[in-house]
Design a protein around this ligand. Sequence first.
Ligand code: MEV
Length: 314
Amino acid sequence: MNEVSVSAPGKFVILGEHAVVYGKPAIALAINKRFHLSMRRDNEFKINNEATDIRANPHMRYISSKNDMLPVSVHIDSKIPTGSGLGSSAALSVTFSAAMRTLCGMSLDEEEIAKEAFEAEFFSQGRGSPMDTSISAHGYGIALNAPAAEEDLLWKITKNEHAWNISKMDVPPMTFVIGNTGIRAATGPLVEKVRKYKDSNRFAADMVDEIGRITLEGMEALRKNDVVGLGELMTKDHKLLSILGVSSNELNKLVGASLPYSYGAKLTGSGGGGSMVALTDQPDKVCDAIHSRGGTPFVVRTGVEGVRVSVKSE
Ligand code: MEV
C-alpha cells in the first residue's frame, strides 16, 4: 500500500483581503510555514491514528465525495496556527485534495488542485474567494484581478457572479514580520459581516472599492520596489478594514506598536483576531514591539514553493 506525503504553504495578504471576495484585486505571498498531511488506505477512517469520521470535516467530506469515499488514514502536522489568518484551512484543503488525487491516480495539476480546494472551502464556508487556496497550491506570490502579462496568468476561477484571474506576482526581497494575536477567528462570519455591511450601506461599498484601488497602487509600488509607498498603502488598507469592522483591539495594538519601526502595517487575512503583518527594515525592533504587546512575532521568509507531493511505496 502506498503512503502519500503532501505539504503546502500558509500565506499572508499584502493588500486586498475582503474586497477580493467581490472580484477586486489582491496580492498574497506564500510563507515558510507549511501544512503537512500524509494519507494511506486503511480499513476505517482515521485522523492522527484515531478512528474518526473524516466526513465530519466539511473540507474533507467535499473532496472525498468528489474522488472516492474508501476509508483512509490521515496524519496531519501543521506549522500554520489554526484561525490565525495565515491560510491553515486552505492549506488543509490543498494538501487533502492532492493526497486524495494521488491515491485515486488522478492528475496532480496545480490548477485542478487549487480549484477543487477552493470548492471545498466554499462548500464549508458558503462564501469567499479563491485567493488562499490558489496561493497555497502555487506558492511564491500571486495577484488576483490585476493587469498581468498573458504568460503570467496561472488560472481563472468563476463562482456565482464573481470571476478571478490569478497570475504570478514576483515580489522583490522585502522583510515582513507577522504578529499573531493568538485569538482564533473563523473566516466565514467575518466575510459575512462585511457582505451585510457593504450590501446595506453605500459608504461601506465605497470602502470596498477603495481597497481595490489602493491594491492596484500597491502593485505599482511593488513593481518599482517602492517600500515606502507600499508601506503607506498597507497602513491605509488597515484603516479601511477597521472601518469595515474586521479589526480588533488586539490587532490595532500590534499594528500601532509596529508602526514606529515599519514602513507600514495592517491586519492580514480575515481579521477579527488572527494576525497582522508589518513591512520593515528593523525586524528585531518590530518583533520586540509585538512581543511587548502580547503578540507572537516571527519574521517570514517568502518565495517558497506551493503544494509538493511524494509517494512512499511499502
Ligand atoms: C482570508 O484569508 C481572506 C478573505 O478575503 C476571504 C477570502 O478571500 O476568501 C477575508
